[in-house]
Design a protein around this ligand. Structure first.
Ligand code: GTP
Ligand code: MG
Length: 409
């Protein structure tokens, strides 16, 4: 590729990592394609030709001239971008982006999608570890209406070829860690580490992505509007040529990514409302307790039980009409409300048990001051109550997939 030809390279998108929607693309006069497949590369000079040849053959057979392959290279010292650029004259659906400043696999994928005009966006490794023929099955899943189709090593027909025990352990360990930190995202995927998938543009358009490290799939599921996920089994092949770019840095970035997503996905406003309601409950509890115990002379246990239950009732009502209003609206009817109330009671009761256990543990085993112990217990139990009420009492269960319209592929 001569210097004169470098102007044929795709310009690198700058600014925030937002993918525009279909209508914005049409408004700029860009021709819409069915499919854009990103191939991120760093020092893949030994693989780039083969992957382009194989993918072009496959896609020319199925959607000729209605797809694009976008190589996003981070200025590889082995000149992968140059080799890819030279292939453009033989493969008209091929585009190449050479990034000089930004680095990293996830950002490369997002920058590629930003420059793409496909309705379905995909990503595949350049090193032939992802079997290209699986594209057909992923494509079929998208045609059936999936928002996201993931090639997975952990479903029927999936696996890894010759991974060492250490690598298997690290991969599973990373998945378990993800399940603890980000269960609502990682729990939706059998192979959250997969780097081979397709996603509908409309599912991630106009979302502010914040890609870190290697795991772009997690970012897509966390921030996108992904209702239907399909998985297709595949065997992760061994690298034949070129070298892996995976180092310990990627594991640290993965942890950082999980924590950032956890912070940004935590429903802060809802949690604050829950806190305000809980605070109001303290006054109700104390007021009713005073009334029953001092004014009506009721016994200590009965006064405590009644006042607590009335406070729980108060909290439930406010949470139902304010904190979780949107979720309650999706489950109307007296029976549903009663079910929510019973679950709320159950969770508050479990919170009380945990509260008592924590205070006892901190005070008796660790000799923490009893008021400090009580404060710590309240903080932990508030999180507990909030999270389980959100996930169990106000959980909306009937989001049917039948509402999803079929795509026009
Ligand atoms: N643009 C870009 N591509 C990258 C970067 N790091 C890795 N890649 C590419 O992303 C793909 C996956 O990287 P690999 O190093 O093969 O990672 P892996 O497949 O998970 O690990 P191995 O099994 O060890 O190969 C390959 O096509 C790489 O060339 C990067 O920083 N920038
Ligand atoms: Mg690889």
């Amino acid at each position: 590729m001569s210097d004169r030809q470098t102007h044929l390279l795709l310009p690198v998108p700058v600014g925030s990592a937002v993918i525009v929607d279909r209508s914005s693309l049409t408004a700029t006069g860009q021709k819409l394609l069915k499919f854009s497949l990103i191939i991120p590369t760093f020092n893949e000079s030994q693989n780039i030709r083969e992957i382009i040849v194989v993918l072009s053959e496959l896609l020319d057979r199925t959607i000729p001239a209605d797809y694009e392959l976008i190589v996003v290279d981070d200025d590889s010292p082995d000149l992968t971008w140059k080799l890819a650029g030279e292939l453009m004259s033989s493969y008209p659906q091929l585009r190449v982006m050479r990034r000089a400043t930004e680095r990293g696999l996830s950002t490369a994928v997002v920058r590629g999608w930003q420059a793409a005009s496909g309705e379905i966006l995909g990503v595949i490794d350049a090193d032939l570890q992802h079997p290209p023929e699986i594209l057909f099955q992923l494509w079929d899943e998208m045609a059936r209406g999936a928002d996201l189709a993931v090639a997975s090593r952990n479903v029927d027909g999936g696996g890894v070829s010759e991974w060492s025990i250490l690598r298997r352990f690290l991969s599973r360990g990373a998945q378990m860690l993800g399940l603890v930190i980000l269960p609502e995202v990682i729990g939706r995927l059998s192979d959250p580490m997969s780097g081979y998938f397709m996603v509908r543009r409309s599912a991630i358009a106009n979302k502010r992505l914040s890609p870190i490290g290697y795991k772009i799939l997690i970012e897509v599921v966390a921030r996108g509007q992904i209702r239907w996920i399909a998985e297709v089994g595949y065997v992760f092949r061994e690298r034949v040529t070129g070298t892996s770019k995976v180092t310990w840095k990627q594991y640290l970035e993965y942890l950082q990514h999980l924590i950032e997503l956890r912070c940004s996905l935590w429903p802060i406003a809802r949690f604050l409302r829950f806190g305000v309601v809980g605070f109001s409950g303290v006054f109700i509890d104390m007021g009713v307790f005073y009334l029953l115990r001092t004014m009506f002379g009721l016994g200590l246990t009965r006064s405590t039980m009644f006042s607590s239950e009335i406070a729980i009732f108060n909290n439930f009502l406010w949470n139902d009409i304010w904190t979780f209003r949107d979720l309650a609206k999706a489950q109307q009817g007296k029976r549903q409300r009663l079910r929510r109330f019973l679950k709320f009671n159950l969770i508050c009761f479990s919170g009380l048990v945990i509260n008592t256990l924590i205070v006892n543990l901190l005070f008796n085993a660790f000799h923490v001051n009893e008021y400090v112990a009580k404060l710590i217990a309240i903080a932990i139990v508030t999180f507990w109550n909030f999270w389980f009420n959100l996930k169990l009492s106000w959980r909306v269960t009937d989001t049917g997939q039948e509402q999803i319209s079929k795509p026009k592929l």
